[in-house]
Design a protein around this ligand. Structure first.
Ligand SMILES: N[C@@H](CCC(=O)N[C@@H](CS)C(=O)NCC(=O)O)C(=O)O
Length: 238
């Protein structure tokens, strides 16, 4: 198991899904920061349910003795062990010079990152909730709840007059926003609904600009990268 102080490379621990890990992996590729992905499988259990013991029984207890807040994702950098996705994102973004280059950009990064996280949490509530709720709510989620988040982000870009959420260059907020636009595009297609990519041209531009980054060329076909499932096995949209 990965432990602080063991390795040279940064290590990201997470389930073997895109989930909260993709923005980290994309940022590191773009910045040329080597990252080891320590992925945890979730197996089907005989008779139903899931076995996540590689995380819950094996690695979590010793890591919790070092950082009692431990959760997935976590990041190990030398002797440092960080958990909670948003502090992990910001820590890495500072390392990758993707956290804004002026105080004005930094606060724009923090606000838009938080806004994107609200959107992600709305999706997570829907897809990991009860099947009954999912069936009852997915359409209004796509038609209305998710739209309110995307409309805010589109309007933000309009008002700020910048191509990316905090300025002229992509930051961590754009990478998480990219992931959410992409995931909602796939979700909408699966459900026969209009894509956010057609409705929000400024977000669509961020999506295509990041998709075209040469450093990410290998990511799109990586079985441990973009090709992973979006959500875990118990989700109603994977
Ligand atoms: N607020 C936390 C939520 C983390 C979370 O919910 N992690 C889920 C996967 S996305 C998990 O299964 N954690 C493992 C655990 O509870 O030990 C974050 O943003 O990192």
């Amino acid at each position: 198991m990965p432990l602080p102080g063991d390795g040279q490379k940064l290590t990201l621990g997470y389930w073997s899904i895109r989930g909260l890990a993709s923005p980290v992996r994309m940022m590191c590729l773009v910045a040329g920061v080597p990252l080891e992905f320590h992925s945890y499988p979730l197996h089907d259990k005989e008779g139903g349910g899931y076995d996540g013991s590689a995380w819950f029984a094996q690695d979590k207890p010793p890591l919790a003795r070092i950082n009692p807040l431990i959760n997935l994702p976590y990041l190990i950098d030398g002797n440092v062990l960080i958990t909670q996705s948003q502090p992990v994102y910001l820590y890495l973004a500072r390392k990758c010079k993707m956290a804004g280059s002026t105080p004005d950009e930094e606060i724009k990064v923090e606000q838009t990152l938080a806004q994107v996280y609200d959107l992600r949490n709305a999706l997570i509530d829907l897809v990991y909730g009860s099947l009954e709720d999912f069936e009852a709510k997915w359409e209004s989620y796509l038609d209305s709840r998710a739209q309110s988040h995307f409309a805010k982000l589109e309007a933000w870009l309009e008002v700020m007059g910048t191509p990316f959420l905090a300025g002229d260059k992509p930051t961590v907020a754009d990478f998480h926003c990219w992931e959410m636009v992409d995931v909602h595009d796939i979700f909408a297609k699966e459900k026969g609904k209009p894509s956010v990519l057609t409705k929000y041209p400024k977000l669509a531009k961020i999506h295509s600009a990041i998709k075209a980054l040469p450093e990410l060329a290998s990511f799109w076909n990586d079985e441990n990268g973009y090709k992973l499932k979006i959500n875990n096995k118990m989700a109603h949209f994977k």
